[in-house]
Design a protein around this ligand. Structure first.
Ligand code: NAD
Ligand code: ISE
Length: 320
């Protein structure tokens, strides 16, 4: 039984603790922490986990770690887990700047084998997996374009326009790299007329991604669309098109739309870590690449210009 520690017992931390405790097999939550100590005591107490004062204490007390705290704290805990030689699943983003992600990549390279997995759950969604298999199988010839929509019914008051890029579209940035096996080399963020539900946000945004092999991807983010949570995708190929299917095309929240994907993501992580001590899902390099696109996207939002995405050279640890 893998003894898991959880850093951050907010919304997704609680959801992951629930699935580790009641849905999945092979793991149990033995340690938790949160800067909100009352919350940590309530959430940890409900599953019999020990509540620790710091994330570093949690890392010392478990076999493998889930980092579910706010983005700016991810680097500290992921680096601490890598230094302790413990597998760590970090919710997106891996870190909030590309340079912080590079420090994690470098630490993992120094360790010498994979420890870090990033929570890009779309790679574990049945509909996305089917689309990728069909596109890769040549059903429509070479892919040329992809149209994506990422629509949220509403967002919290603290949500800022940049978050449509770094918190929301970041899922598409990772998804298209995985879908087509190509890096994103440039991004442009266009700002249409604003939705009056958005309370001053620039919403929606239309994001254009250029992939290294010439595929173009457009991503609409609408985060106050009111009718529900709606994730769409269509690939245009030389001989036809493929549409992202799925059992529930329009849901209410991301929790229900991707419930099965989160389950699969964590079950595969538990199984891989239990079998080999290493995760086999999205890597620290994937987290770095996605954050680099986010940084370029925020720059494009501010300037209105097309911004190139320049990545460092990829270490051999991440070349498979
Ligand atoms: P949340 O605010 O509900 O919970 C975060 C928790 O982290 C809070 O309880 C907060 O007190 C705690 N925290 C903050 N700083 C801390 C620190 N230094 N040490 C320990 N605890 C700390 O937020 P959330 O919605 O659960 O999001 C958490 C992370 O999960 C974010 O990075 C977010 O982007 C990611 N997320 C991913 C998905 C997904 O679809 N994969 C969905 C939602 C959130
Ligand atoms: C949230 O943080 C997520 O990760 C969801 O998957 C995404 O749809 C939403 O826009 C984000 O705010």
């Amino acid at each position: 039984m893998l003894r898991v520690g959880v850093v951050g017992t907010g919304m997704i931390g609680q959801d992951h603790i629930r699935r580790l405790t009641s849905v999945l097999s092979g793991a149990r939550v033995v340690a938790v922490t949160d800067v909100d100590t009352t919350l940590a005591a309530r959430v940890g107490g409900a599953v019999g986990a020990v509540v620790h004062p710091t994330g570093e204490d949690v890392i010392a007390a478990c076999d493998a770690v889930l980092v579910c705290s706010w983005g700016p704290s991810h680097e500290q805990y992921v680096l601490a887990a890598v230094a302790a030689g413990k597998p760590v699943f970090c919710e997106k983003p891996l870190a909030t700047t590309a340079s912080a992600c590079r420090r994690i990549v470098d630490a993992e390279v120094f360790h010498g084998s994979r420890l870090v997995q990033v929570g890009f759950m779309r790679r574990f969604d049945d509909a996305y997996r089917k689309l990728r298999n069909e596109a890769g199988g040549g059903a429509i010839g070479a892919p040329l374009l992809m149209h994506c929509a990422h629509r949220n019914r509403d967002v919290p008051a603290y949500y800022r326009t940049e978050m449509a890029i770094v918190d929301t579209a970041v899922h598409e940035f990772d998804m298209v790299r995985w879908m087509f096996g190509e890096d994103i080399v440039a991004i442009r963020v266009l700002v249409p007329r604003s939705n009056r539900n958005g309370h001053g946000l620039q919403d929606p945004l239309l994001i254009i991604l250029e992939l290294a092999n010439g595929i173009l991807v457009d991503v609409e983010t609408s985060v106050n669309i009111r009718y529900g949570y709606d994730i769409r995708g269509e690939i245009v190929g030389e001989n036809g098109t493929l549409t992202l299917g799925g059992p529930v095309p329009v849901s209410v929240t991301w929790q229900d739309r991707f419930a099965d994907a989160y389950d699969t993501e964590l079950q595969e992580w538990i199984d891989a870590v239990a079998a080999s001590g290493q995760p086999n899902g999205p890597t620290a390099w994937d987290g770095y690449a996605a954050t680099a696109v986010c940084e370029a996207g925020v720059q494009s939002l501010r300037t209105g210009e097309r911004v190139e995405v320049v990545l460092a050279s990829r270490p051999s640890l991440f070349l498979s």
